[in-house]
Design a protein around this ligand. Structure first.
Ligand SMILES: CC(C)(COP(=O)(O)OP(=O)(O)OC[C@H]1O[C@@H](n2cnc3c(N)ncnc32)[C@H](O)[C@@H]1OP(=O)(O)O)[C@@H](O)C(=O)NCCC(=O)NCCS
Length: 159
């Protein structure tokens, strides 16, 4: 993901259907900062957030693995979000497995966390389908969330 994705990322961050489960819509300035922070993350760690496109080049969403400060503990989280026209086709599950493979096999991470609103059944289902175990239900960034964790040793290789 880079500056070339700005317009489409702003479109996504202004879509209330997508952002309802991501803390609400974001201003274009917040999206510019998101892109800059993501570029810094890539330079520092060699991984981060990707923009996702279909075979025709149409923007589908964003997903990645990135560091997360959770109560002062440095974790790596898995994240994924798609434009509504791409929902319900198994894409989040597919990209989650691909990202876990990158995190565990290419970067040697020992475990990866993922979290979502406690009542976000679709995202929880994705996490459970790829093997995450529920660790706790707790507030994260001011929202009631379900926090999941997957150990590298428990990750099943994608088919
Ligand atoms: C959440 C989101 C990523 C799911 O993406 P997706 O590509 O539709 O997910 P998948 O198709 O891979 O899997 C969704 C699963 O949840 C299930 N599901 C969907 N809605 C559900 C609901 N209301 N209750 C229970 N399960 C539900 C689906 O049936 C599917 O499970 P199945 O394969 O066993 O049938 C997508 O809706 C999205 O981008 N939403 C907006 C942004 C967002 O919330 N991002 C995640 C923040 S943590």
């Amino acid at each position: 993901m880079d500056e070339g994705d700005l317009a489409e990322l702003c479109m996504m961050h202004n879509d209330p259907r997508v952002m309802a489960t991501l803390g609400g819509i974001r201003s274009d300035d917040e999206t510019r900062k998101y892109l800059a922070d993501n570029a810094d993350h890539w330079s520092r760690y060699g991984f981060g957030v990707w923009s996702l496109r279909d075979r025709g080049g149409r923007f589908a969403g964003r997903a990645g693995i990135r560091h997360l400060d959770l109560d002062g503990i440095d974790e790596v989280e898995l994240l994924y979000s798609f434009m509504p026209e791409f929902w319900g086709a198994g894409m989040a599950t597919e990209i989650a497995e691909a990202l876990l493979d990158i995190g565990f096999r290419e970067h040697g991470l020992q475990n990866i966390v993922a979290y979502t609103l406690t009542d976000h059944r679709a995202s929880r289902r994705v996490m459970e389908k790829v093997g995450f175990q529920l660790e706790s239900e707790r507030d994260i960034k001011g929202y009631p969330c379900a926090l999941y964790r997957l150990q590298a040793a428990a990750f099943r290789k994608p088919i």
